[in-house]
Write a protein that binds this ligand. Structure first.
Ligand code: MOS
Length: 767
């Protein structure tokens, strides 16, 4: 996600550049807020039903939208029969490519810094069909039920054209080298093939992962109005600002003519971005001259919103008799549509995983006529660690070495592909802590030797990994307000809260920095009218917000010193010698020299002061190899009669720098691990290779873990601050899912002696 942006950064002159910046006081536990467990600010509102989601905003005279979806994978619409729909009760209008307003084609994600279009396809602008499920008409009606009914009455005649909807067909069309966000998915160090040919111990296997669809609790929705030529969209979004920009480009609107808000999001995981439905909803609102609410049904989410693409991955590891890796090959295929640019980049985590002199990594792509795939929690690493970490386990068995010890033996002292030093890597500590807590020593080394009645019991482990990122473009606005002797602060960031605790952590970071208590700090977010752009993606939002809050706080200190003037105890001090403490400013090396915010503002006859500042460029990314790490341990019980697999215990031991809010962090880790359990045992999009139709577009047929599938999840972490990030923290949003599927598969092997190399591990594969 980040590499394109990083390459455009210009380093400062070497003598003025401290790699990663000067460690900020936030890295410490100074005021005691960083590292304190704090409940989510939005938690009570959500539990009480008082949080307003995208589909709960209201406009007067609002019409409701329903979509109709193409039923062929490729071709043209030759006729539309809308007579019955037009005549159905409550129908306001039927919009197709024949009457939709003219719109520009969205820039596909990654094609420019602000483009977040789902694909570079025109939307309802012509008769062409590009995937089975493509929205081809929108009905507006007075109620949702009337709109749904009328949409079901629409008839379409197609002229089908040749299409590729099978994996074999896609392969036969040819492969091309994969790119992810414009960057090559290819690394070659030494000669891995030659080293593999002479290695005394070799594992060489193919691992397969299926398509996955997104299933946040809240299906996609938007409530949309045109007000005096400006477009207002209340959306469920994890990329608020960039989405507003892309929508503005589609409708030829000046940036200040699009306002997008997203105060609450019912889960995102990479899918709460811009898809056809918001664009169609805005177009229909324009055509009807009425506000529109568009909510996708669960099936609609499967038709319109892309997920994870399938992969076929070869992992080959050659090792010495002592277990040192001499060759590491991770290559294979991911499938993409012709109209987007996002393969599953499964080699990303392998690049920095193990010390090895000969490494060959490559993702090829082949094209298939299907819905555009997109980001899904840890794109690349989630499926890449499944293949790599299963292969490491297979090698450990071959060598007769404990898999934990094998990983520690091959721990690199610098990034083996980039050559950069690690900013902070304490994965060995995570492995040792995890093995201790989990009771790894009790594992039966010989597979299929532990049994409890019908249940075969086994233990497995795997490494998880996800990079540290920090996107450029983050800004924060701080408003300090005085009311008598009391002060409060409003911190505004153009960020998104999907329920992971962003607003809470922002309050912690802001209060810590400003020397205020948590209840003195309010956080504003989820609104494109706030300056800057911070995306909830790539597990980088919290670091981006923190860097922006640090910059804004520095600006605030300078501004307050100006206001303080010559009568202040702080008179004459320069801003870089002054910090915040106890609701005021204090000289850093002599805090007795201080003045409260209230006193400064009172003397200056001000009720408030507002500053906006941009985060420092994320130069740390150019200088270090930066990652979050985990060691996952799990115990499974596999029923010898039915093949049913139950995960009975699981532990995540994380190394993700400083943990800012242990309560929300624990939930993030657990949520990621639960998603990993689904990936290991259940999740699979059934794709009809005859016609490219997704066959299981519902939670009845696409299985994800429910509470009874989830055991107690134990989570521990190192909490060792990274001195090269703004707050010592690394991202924690995506790391949780990584490594989980491999840990489960390795435990299933330990329980049964059977290797399942294609996900999900369903019971038919174990009988
Ligand atoms: Mo994440 S897949 O960057 O929301």
């Amino acid at each position: 996600l980040m590499q394109g942006a990083i390459e455009k950064l210009v380093p400062l002159a070497p003598d003025s550049w401290i790699p990663g910046g000067r460690p900020d006081p936030l890295i410490a536990h100074k005021h005691g807020l960083i590292g304190t467990p704090v409940s989510r600010r939005d938690g009570a509102l959500k539990v009480k039903g008082e949080a307003g989601f995208a589909a709960e905003f209201r406009f007067d005279d609002m019409a409701y939208a329903a979509l109709a979806y193409a039923t062929i994978p490729r071709g043209r619409i030759t006729a539309i029969d809308s007579a019955a729909a037009d005549a159905a009760p409550g129908v306001v209008l039927v919009m197709t490519h024949l009457n939709a307003p003219r719109m520009n084609t969205p820039g596909v994600f990654g094609s420019s810094p602000t483009a977040v279009g789902p694909a570079d396809l025109p939307i309802l602008q012509d008769d062409r069909i590009h995937w089975n499920g493509q929205p081809i008409a929108c009905v507006l009606a007075e109620t949702q039920e009337q709109a749904d009914h009328a949409a079901s009455l629409l008839g379409f005649t197609y002229d089908a054209e040749p299409s590729t909807t099978s994996l074999e067909g896609a392969k036969a069309n040819g492969r091309e080298p994969g790119l992810f966000m414009g960057q090559p998915l290819h690394n070659r160090i030494g000669d891995a093939d030659a080293a593999l040919a002479t290695a005394p111990h070799v594992v060489d296997q193919v691992y397969r992962t299926p398509r996955h669809n997104h299933n946040p609790i809240e299906p996609h929705a938007a409530t949309i109005a045109w007000i005096d030529g400006a477009l207002v969209i209340h959306d469920a979004s994890q990329m608020v600002t960039a989405q507003a920009q892309t929508i503005g480009e589609i409708f030829d609107l000046e940036p200040d003519k699009v306002r997008l808000t997203s105060p609450y999001v019912g889960g995102g995981f990479g899918c709460k971005g811009l898809w056809d439905h918001q664009i169609i909803g805005a177009a229909a609102a324009k055509l009807a001259g009425r506000p529109v609410r568009i909510t996708l049904s669960r099936e609609g989410v499967y038709r319109v919103v892309g997920g994870r693409s399938l992969t076929e991955q070869r992992v080959a590891i050659g090792a010495t008799a002592e277990g040192r890796f001499d060759a590491l090959v991770h290559t294979g295929l991911s499938i993409m549509t012709p109209h987007n640019n996002m393969p599953e980049p499964f080699i990303l985590g392998t690049r920095a995983a193990y010390a090895c002199p000969n490494i060959s990594l490559q993702v090829d792509i082949a094209r298939m006529n299907m819905l555009a795939n997109t980001f899904m929690r840890a794109p690349g690493e989630a499926v890449g660690t499944f293949a790599l970490e299963c292969a490491v386990d297979e090698l450990a068995v071959d060598l007769g070495i404990d898999p934990v010890e094998l990983r520690i033996l091959n721990e690199p002292d610098k990034d083996p592909t980039s050559g950069l030093a690690f900013s902070s890597r304490h994965i060995v500590e995570a492995w040792r802590n995890g093995a201790d807590h989990f009771g790894w020593a009790d594992r039966s080394v010989e597979p299929a030797t532990r049994r409890d009645g019908e249940w075969q019991i086994g233990m497995g482990c795997a490494t998880g990994t996800y990079p540290y990122y920090r996107m450029p473009g983050a800004q924060a606005r701080i408003t300090l307000t005085r009311d008598g002797d009391a002060v409060r602060a409003l911190i505004e960031v153009a960020a998104a809260e999907m329920g992971m605790g962003t607003s809470t952590t922002t309050a912690i970071v802001g209060a810590e920095r400003l020397g205020l208590s948590l209840d003195q700090v309010e956080v504003g977010y989820g609104d494109s009218s706030i300056p800057g752009a911070i995306m909830a993606g790539g597990s980088q939002q919290t670091a981006a917000i923190g860097a922006a809050v640090i910059a804004a706080h520095n600006a605030l200190v300078a501004e307050l010193l100006k206001l303080a003037g010559n009568d202040s105890p702080l008179a004459g001090l320069s801003a870089d010698t002054v910090g915040s403490e106890d609701a005021g400013l204090a000289k850093i090396d002599d805090p007795t020299q201080r003045e409260s915010y209230a006193s400064i503002l009172t003397r200056a006859q001000r009720d408030s002061v507002t500053v906006t500042a941009a985060a420092a460029q994320p130069l740390e990314l150019m200088h270090w190899s930066m990652h979050s790490h985990s060691a996952i341990f799990c115990e499974v019980r596999v029923n010898a009669v039915t093949g049913e697999t139950r995960v009975s215990r699981i532990l995540g031991s994380f190394d993700c720098g400083r943990i800012l809010n242990p309560k929300t962090a624990k939930s993030q880790f657990r949520g990621g691990i639960i998603m990993g359990l689904g990936m290991a045992l259940m999740e699979e999009t059934q794709f009809d290779e005859r016609n490219g139709r997704i066959m299981n577009p519902s939670l009845a047929e696409y299985h994800i873990p429910v509470h009874l599938d989830v055991p107690e999840i134990d989570v521990i972490w190192t909490d060792i601050a990274d001195p090269h990030t703004p707050m010592g923290a690394h991202g924690i949003g995506e790391i949780g899912i990584t490594g989980v599927a491999a840990a489960v598969a390795n435990a299933v092997y330990n329980a049964t002696g059977k290797r399942v190399r294609d996900l999900p591990i369903t019971l038919d594969k174990l009988l």
